[in-house]
Design a protein around this ligand. Sequence first.
Ligand code: SAH
Length: 250
Amino acid sequence: MGRISWIFVQAFFWGMFVLPLTHATLHAAEDRFDEARKAMIREIEGDVRFTGEHIGKRALDFRVMEAMGRVPRHEFVPDSLKPYAYVNRPLPIGYGQTISQPYIVALMSDLLNVGPDSVVLELGTGSGYQTAILAECVKMVYSIEIIRELGEQARDRLKQLGYTNTEVRIGDGYYGWKEHAPFDGIIVTAACSHIPPPLIEQLKRGGRMIIPVGGPFMTQQLILVEKEEDGKTRTRQLLPVAFVPLTGGH
Ligand code: SAH
């Protein structure tokens, strides 16, 4: 067989069988998670209806739900837990920490009431999943994580997934991030015994903070803090939750 026709046969072989196979395999993997992600969305919608009375609404912001339908949660969990990535539960991410339950991530993102021009502060980057959901909906997310390894992993992961509007800092979030304050929204994803005063200070007038308040071995309450235009704050208790504790020296 001449050289040219041999190349042709090879090209034909790779083109006909191998390439479509790779493509199909990739697609199958994508589809597997696609279905699971759609099921997760239906579960979140169910939970929202079930808790409607507490949270004062029967559906969440469509932009938040679209983000939940887009962000690949399986990229934010350890390899061994990927098959469970879209279960509506928190999952361990190492260092005694967890990635929050999808329903809680969606609810907290919705309650912030933020939009495409908003700048948000997040305390407790963890896996970076909540950071990614917010990054899909707002202009910029500043996130603080106290465990160096988790913060650095999340930073790399967010970069790899193409997020250019997130910044992760290692440190104690209790004191906020003064250089970028005031924030349109502040989200705290670890439970604190009280609302940290530096965070109230760094919240913009008209802005909202969402924070779990309570001790580590008891039921905590998800609290919505609203800073009025006159600077006064109003708090509303929404529903019982269970978060890992906010640590640090404060
Ligand atoms: N939003 C995360 C949830 C992480 S759990 C996610 O979706 O994956 C809470 C995180 O808060 C943990 O990673 C924990 O290390 C971090 N944390 C606890 N105390 C903190 C503090 N004082 N400052 C910053 N992060 C803190």
